[in-house]
Structure formats: C-alpha cells, structure tokens
Write a protein that binds this ligand. Sequence first.
Ligand code: AMP
Ligand code: MG
Length: 467
Amino acid sequence: MVSQPHGAADDRADQARDDAPADPVARGSAPGDGGSAEVAPDDTSGGAARDGGEHSHGHDHGPASELVALSDQLQGIIDAVHPLAPIQLSLLDASGCALATDVIAHSDIPPFDNSAMDGYAVVAGAADGWLPVAGEVAAGTDATMPVEPGTAVRIMTGAPVPAGANAIVPVEQVEEDEARIRVLDQPAPGAHIRSAGESVHAGETVLVAGTVLDAASIGMLAALGHSYVSVYPQPRVVVVSTGEELADPGTERRPGAIYDANSYVLTVLARETGAWTVRRMIGSDDRERLREAIEELLPHADVLVTTGGVSAGRYDLVKVVLGELGDVRFSKVGMRPGMPQAFGFVEADPGRFIPCFGLPGNPVSAYVSFEVFVRPTIRRMQGRRDLSRPRISATLEAPLDSILDKVEFTRVTLRRRDGEWQARPTGDQGSGILRSLVEADGLAEVPADRDRLDVGERVVVHLLRSA
Ligand code: AMP
Ligand code: MG
C-alpha cells in the first residue's frame, strides 16, 4: 500500500461546502463544454475537499427524463473540491507537483561575472602584441588576481572574471608561447563574459504558483539554491472495484465470473495524473462486506473512486453503502457512456471528508467517467489550473450518432490530412468494449443538443495519449 504522510488532512473538514451539483437540467451544453474544465487563475486558495453537511439526498433517483447536464455535474464537483494544503518537499520529491507559491529570485543567476569560454581574460583595447600571462583562474576558484592592461590571465569556462578584465579571448583565437600569448582577433568589451544576473535578476519572479514542476523548473530552483519547495501534495486515490462476478487476474475464473479490469484501468489513470494510488477489488455485492472493505481503506484516501454497483440493478449496493458513509448524490448524468454517477463526500477519518465517486461498472463507462469527473478533481486537489486533457478540433471522416440530451463520447482514431486532424470511430462503441478504447487516440464529443454529426463536420476530440 502506498501512502504519503502529509499535513493536509485536518485542514479539510471545517469549511462549508458549496452547494451540491445543480438541479437537473436536460439541455444546453455547448460544443466542447462537456468533459473539459478549467479554473480561474486566482482560484487556488483554501484547504481541500470539504464536508457536505446540510444536504441529505443520499438515494434519490429522478425519473429517467431528469438528466443532470454534464457541465452542471462537473461544475458542481469542481466548486466543491479544493487544493490540498501545501507542504514542503525536497526538489526531487516535488517533481510533478504544482508550486503553491510564486518563487522570487533572492539572488542573481549567474551570481558573478564569469567566462563563457576557456581562454584568456584581458582588457579590451589594451591587448595588442605579446601579453604576459600573469596567472590562471579555474572554475570554482575565487579570482584574486587583477588583470592589468597589457597582460592576460588564463581562465576556464565558468571561472569568475578577474577584476580589471573586461573581455575573454577564446583559446582558439590566441597564439600561445610559454608564458605569453598574442591575441589574433581583438575582442570587444564584454566579449564571452556571462554577466551576473543575465539569466535571472534578484527580485524577479521566476516561477508562478500553479506551475507543475518539471526538469527545467526544478533546475531553476536548484540554481537558486533551494533544496525544499512549497507544493501541493499528490492526493492519495483509493480505487475500489466491486461486484460479485469479479475475479482477480492471475487467479482461476469460476463460471459466471469475469476478470476485474476496472481497478486497473482507474488506478493507471490515477497514477498517470501523478496521484498516489491504492487498488482494491471487492469481489462481492454484499452490503456489509462492501462497507467494511471501504471503511478500512478510507483512512488512506484523499479521494475514493469506486466502480460498479451504482446503476439500477437489484445488487447495486455500492450506492447504498456510499450513502451511509457520507453525503453522496446519485445522478443520471446526460452523457454516454457513463450515465449513472455518484458523487459526494464521505468521512475518511473523524472530521475529515473526502470527495467520493461511484463510477459505473462497464469498463469504458468507468474510463470516460474518470476523464470527465475524476481527473479534474485530482488536478484541482493538486493545485493545477489545467484540469482536463488537451483537446483538438477534428473533421469527421464518418458520421457519429448520438442521443439528444446526452454528451456522447466516441472513441476515435486521429490522422493528419491536408493540414487538418481527421477523426474516425474505432469500431463497436458498446460501453463494455475495451477493445475500441485500446485502439483510440481520443474521445470525440458530440454535444448534448445534437443527435448526429455528419461527415465533414468539426468535432472536439479529447486526446488520450498525452498527459
Ligand atoms: P454494474 O455497474 O455493477 O451494474 O456493472 C455493469 C457491467 O460492468 C456489468 O456487466 C459488470 O459485470 C461489468 N463490470 C463491473 N465491474 C467491472 C470490473 N471491475 N471489470 C470489468 N467489468 C466490470
Ligand atoms: Mg454490479
């Protein structure tokens, strides 16, 4: 089990939660509105996931017509979830995390004038003829020896420029003779000198809060001398697949059983966001067993993601259990695949409430639901502003059928033709058909107010093969 201790937990309970997802709305999401989310640039403060307190709408299921618009469901979730409390991490541990504060340079980079070449430090305008070499300054040493006009000091790349010198002549541009040199090409003042502060001046903002730390930005922090940095921690995502029919891959499959794919699908997706993960399969639809297993896992979670057991079947008891553990709303969301959705907050430790998702059991439904709702949640907790995968606009090479009032996510391949992206469905789009997801480059989004898109029409495609 992977867990990461940090101090975020206690800060999350005592804030009032914004209103739960909005009233059911049947229509009206604009193209590209469906599964994408961003937050306003100034919207990063606060603790984290919060308590649901006053609402108690655990088990209500509206009539089939009362679909919650996908964009409303998503907005409700994003509004209710907040970045985890920042922590200090060492530079390597902070890789992939978002900065919690701006970073202001407290010193110049480079910190002193230094040579950009191996060569000789001279005084420009006073370097004619043979110059005696008065000494040498290597990288990592302090330049104590001043350079007089008409003399030179041998200097290495990165070594501080000695007082008096105002130019470096590269070794390739001098004639060397024992303890003297002749400059073949007279340098201009400043030649081959990297001046203090030319990369960064003290007082400048070099990284802004929300920046996801990568090799370059961590290099910048190191260059400034920081060994620790204030970042939003990676949330711990506990993934639980449920169902009497599930068998663990690698074990024997009894008659009527299927291998559990979803816990793997969702755990890998969560890991790809940078989250810490715990994966568990509960091969049961028994209410008590589900509750016990989930309760045991909750102390290790910043987010709980379950799959299976949230639709209308007789043994769909996950929704009952989640309703018992906290304030969780069950909705029919206007999307396909992935209509039955549960979202709310459950009490992970006394007073600590965490966001909780009950995703549908069909593997593609679970995958799409993760992309639409769980990824933005994780990224929000990570303090990131870009909450969704990148999107592009593509031209359809085949028509896409859909259902009015539902945003349809169609698995497509993409190819480039005549400078444009062309999208084509990958095959059978059943919500249990992982195969067509394996072959897909992206998810094309048919807006809720369309029941068909024709060949040649533009469509928004969420890219699945990039971070
Ligand atoms: P449910 O949401 O529990 O009604 O499940 C819907 C469908 O998804 C059923 O055919 C389940 O067998 C299937 N399913 C549920 N969980 C998983 C899983 N972890 N891996 C693969 N298929 C699943
Ligand atoms: Mg089931």
